[in-house]
Design a protein around this ligand. Structure first.
Ligand code: GDP
Length: 325
């Protein structure tokens, strides 16, 4: 497909319009567009450019857009090209998006070295994951140095973003009391950096205390040999006053360099690729089963029995799987 070769070439030269056109192709529900998108991604996978993928999660109001704007502007001033993508679980339900809205990052959206793309609306989470991975690949081919993937700290979206990032950061607010803000253990384990934001003015003492609490928790979770000394790390920042951001960038670079030298970097990416392969197989298999009228009917029948507690979920699943053979 010749027009796809041209598109791929234009993307590789950093042409923004070509990038936007490719993203539109990827987000299209049309089967022929999907096929073209797959072909495009396959051909772009030959490009060797490797961006640094940073995942960033935090609850609404914690300061994500303020942070990303300040952090992104700082990197742009260092002549680095940054793409900001959003994974927004709320858009899968309401169709409205609270992330990736350009008005939230006004300065950055006008910076020539930055590219901001909101979460697609009305897609299911699996669709959002697939689309986000595709856009990451496009942005890498387009020569971005840093790809920041933003998400809100709810449900599975965090885990999903962690599985497509090289470095994962959690943005937290200073805690009022001494509780660890209900951060799930799983996500603490994926965090390379815990950034306690709003460490300024009246909130500063609480932010420092919160950092100490998390530093303690991280020490317990630390997996020996997988991180250099001092990581995972908790530290205070003020996105509003642009305090501590240079330190964050320093830490990210230190960690990235260490992981590359130790061989962890590519091992992690390879493991992630296999994870997404299996995930696609899982989703694809389930979709195929549901497409088959006979199996689909059987599934519904079993689901009703599970619902009425007549069968346990495990027994029902085994019954279905047996019927497949
Ligand atoms: P998001 O929903 O996570 O994107 O949060 P926003 O970036 O929109 O920030 C929510 C509110 O917190 C806004 O009123 C910001 O001005 C404020 N905010 C963000 N960062 C800081 C900070 O470092 N210090 C203080 N004091 N306020 C902040």
């Amino acid at each position: 497909m010749k027009h796809l070769d041209v598109l791929a070439q234009n993307i590789a030269t950093g042409d923004r319009r070509a990038l936007a056109r490719a993203i539109t192709l990827i987000e299209s529900a049309r089967a022929d567009h999907q096929q073209e998108a797959q072909a495009l991604l396959q051909s772009l996978s030959q490009h060797k450019n490797e961006a640094l993928r940073i995942g960033l999660s935090g609850t609404p109001g914690v300061g994500k857009s303020t942070f990303i704007e300040a952090f992104g502007m700082m990197l742009a001033e260092q002549e680095l090209k940054i793409a900001v993508l959003a994974v927004d679980p709320s858009s899968t339900r309401s169709g409205g998006s609270i992330l990736g809205d350009k008005t939230r990052m006004d300065r950055l959206s006008r910076a020539p070295r930055a590219f901001i793309r909101p979460s697609p609306s009305r897609a299911h989470l699996g669709g959002v994951a697939r689309r986000t991975r595709a856009v990451v690949a496009l942005c890498e081919a387009a020569g971005f140095d840093i790809i920041l993937i933003e998400t809100v700290g709810v449900g599975q979206s965090e885990t999903m973003v962690a599985e497509m990032s090289d470095i994962f950061a959690l943005l937290l607010a200073p805690a009022g009391g001494d509780e660890l803000q209900g951060v799930k253990r799983g996500i603490m384990e994926s965090a390379d950096l815990i950034l306690v934001n709003k460490a300024d003015g009246e909130l500063k003492p609480a932010a420092i205390r919160t950092v100490a609490d998390y530093a303690g928790a991280l020490r317990l979770l630390r997996k020996r040999g997988q991180d250099p000394d001092g990581f995972p790390k908790a530290q205070p920042v003020s996105a509003l006053h642009e305090d501590g951001l240079a330190q964050v960038w320093d830490d990210i670079q230190t960690l990235a360099k260490w992981r590359k030298e130790q061989g962890h970097w590519h091992k992690t990416r390879a493991r992630q690729a296999v994870h997404w392969f299996e995930e696609e197989v899982r989703t694809g298999l389930l979709a195929r089963l549901k497409d088959d009228p006979e199996i689909s009917a059987k599934m519904q029948e079993l689901a009703l029995k599970v619902q009425d507690a007549a069968l346990t979920p495990d027994t029902a699943a085994k019954t279905l799987l047996k019927a497949l053979r």
